[in-house]
Design a protein around this ligand. Structure first.
Ligand SMILES: Cc1cc2nc3c(=O)[nH]c(=O)nc-3n(C[C@H](O)[C@H](O)[C@H](O)COP(=O)(O)OP(=O)(O)OC[C@H]3O[C@@H](n4cnc5c(N)ncnc54)[C@H](O)[C@@H]3O)c2cc1C
Length: 299
């Protein structure tokens, strides 16, 4: 899921301009001062998150910068009402009470994840998953703001109670410690670029095939680095799921399948083996187009 209004000030990760600002009446304008969302959706700035994110994305793709203008709606109340956003803007010399905030969509939340049941159990005996890494199905294709914390609290309690009721495990699994997080810099940069370009706000079959080919190649080179390989594996599963879902729904938008298809109104579950065979199929189906992209990218 992409958040519509990351604050576009060159920080990584981008701080967010909370959606409550649009709720207060802040307007999205492009560099010409046009409220472009009026022509995108009847609810304009208050359209669903994915619609607003794509509206902004298309303006930026067309070469126009986008701003969130809270001058009239919030104005002098800004610092008190939205202190976090105010501080992020102030840090780069923007006073959002007096000037529009530059914004761009940002990758925000991972809908989907490890398949779990109502108690947070995965298909691996003795392994529970809760929170953003789990796929409970509660978010559909377009998580509503704040539902992830609700999900973490509800399923966290359920999983804890379920674990409590079990006898202690006979053996424990070796955990990788957080300092090992993150792959090799160059590979991670490439993977982020591939995901942004081909598995971003708008996808199509040719681009997804290209992403699958590049991620598979990266994965093969990361065998000695389990954390980086895990990240590549997650990317591969996301791209494979997007390739096989030949429709658009919520945060998943295919320019070659723009409509929502009733037949796809369900979750999909993939193993790594499934994802690799989808990558093979994509290579065969999209071969020439994906190869042309591959050559154009020079990678
Ligand atoms: C800017 C921002 C604003 C948000 N605002 C909202 C909001 O208003 N409302 C809402 O509902 N949701 C919001 N979300 C989403 C929500 O914050 C997340 O979905 C939620 O925090 C996920 O919690 P989690 O415990 O599943 O994962 P995390 O909070 O990501 O915790 C995972 C932890 O596991 C650790 N870890 C990772 N790998 C390992 C390892 N191998 N070994 C040991 N430890 C490991 C990490 O260091 C981390 O501490 C927001 C997200 C962002 C980014």
């Amino acid at each position: 899921q992409f958040h519509p209004t990351g604050i576009d000030i060159g920080r990584d990760p981008a701080p967010l301009a909370t959606e409550a600002l649009r709720g207060e009446g802040a307007a999205l304008i492009n560099q010409r001062g046009e409220r472009f969302m009026l022509s995108v959706h009847p609810d304009a700035e208050l359209a669903p998150r994915d619609v607003v994110a794509r509206g902004i994305f298309r303006e930026i793709k067309a070469g126009r910068r986008v701003y969130l203008d809270a001058r009239q709606a919030v104005g002098a109340r800004f610092a008190d009402a939205f202190p976090t956003v105010f501080a992020a803007c102030q840090a780069v010399g923007i006073n959002p009470a007096l000037a529009p905030i530059p914004v761009a969509p940002a990758a925000h939340y991972h809908m989907g994840g490890l398949a779990t049941d109502d108690l947070g159990r995965t298909t691996v005996n003795g392994l529970w998953a809760v929170g953003e890494c789990a796929s409970t199905g509660v978010h559909g294709a377009n998580r509503l703001a704040s539902n992830s914390l609700l999900e973490a609290v509800v399923f966290g309690a359920r999983a804890a109670a379920d674990m409590d009721a079990q006898s202690p495990p006979e053996r424990s699994i070796l955990l990788l410690t957080p300092p090992a997080l993150g792959g090799r810099g160059r590979d991670m940069k490439t993977m982020r670029q591939v995901m942004t370009r081909f598995v971003g706000l708008e996808r199509d079959g040719v681009g997804l095939a290209q992403a699958l080919a590049q991620i598979s190649a990266l994965m093969a080179g990361l065998k000695a680095e389990p954390m980086a390989q895990n990240q590549a594996m997650a990317a591969l599963l996301i791209a494979a799921g997007a390739y096989q879902r030949t429709e658009s729904r919520g945060g998943h938008f295919r320019t070659d399948y723009r409509r929502t298809a009733p037949d796809w109104a369900h979750r999909t579950f993939l193993t790594l083996k499934d994802a690799l065979s989808i990558a093979e199929r994509a290579r065969a189906e999209q071969g020439s187009g994906a190869n042309a992209l591959f050559a154009a990218a020079g990678t």
